[in-house]
Design a protein. Structure first.
Length: 85
């Protein structure tokens, strides 16, 4: 059985990690908001929306447990703009 001190410590650490992650996402979205607006304005063919819909759909490789092949960095703010070039 866990002690109360250990449970409080792990809860605090988990909450601190989530807080930092949330602040990081907020800062990233504020920094990339102008880029996203320009990308949406230039996307007359609907490529970005189609790509986002494809990313939300289930992937057969992910269901089998295979690795996803990605050409771009996961954290890059420009990863969604590669289809426009």
């Amino acid at each position: 059985m866990q002690t109360l001190a250990l449970q409080l410590t792990t809860t605090f650490v988990d909450d601190a990690i989530e807080l930092v992650t949330g602040f990081g996402r907020a800062i990233l979205s504020l920094a990339t908001a102008p880029i996203e607006r320009i990308a949406r304005a230039c996307d007359v063919a609907g490529v970005l929306e189609q790509r986002r819909a494809d990313q939300r759909a289930s992937r057969p490789a992910a269901a089998r447990g295979g690795r996803r092949k990605s050409r771009h960095c996961r954290w890059s703010p420009f990863r969604g703009l590669s289809e426009l070039t």
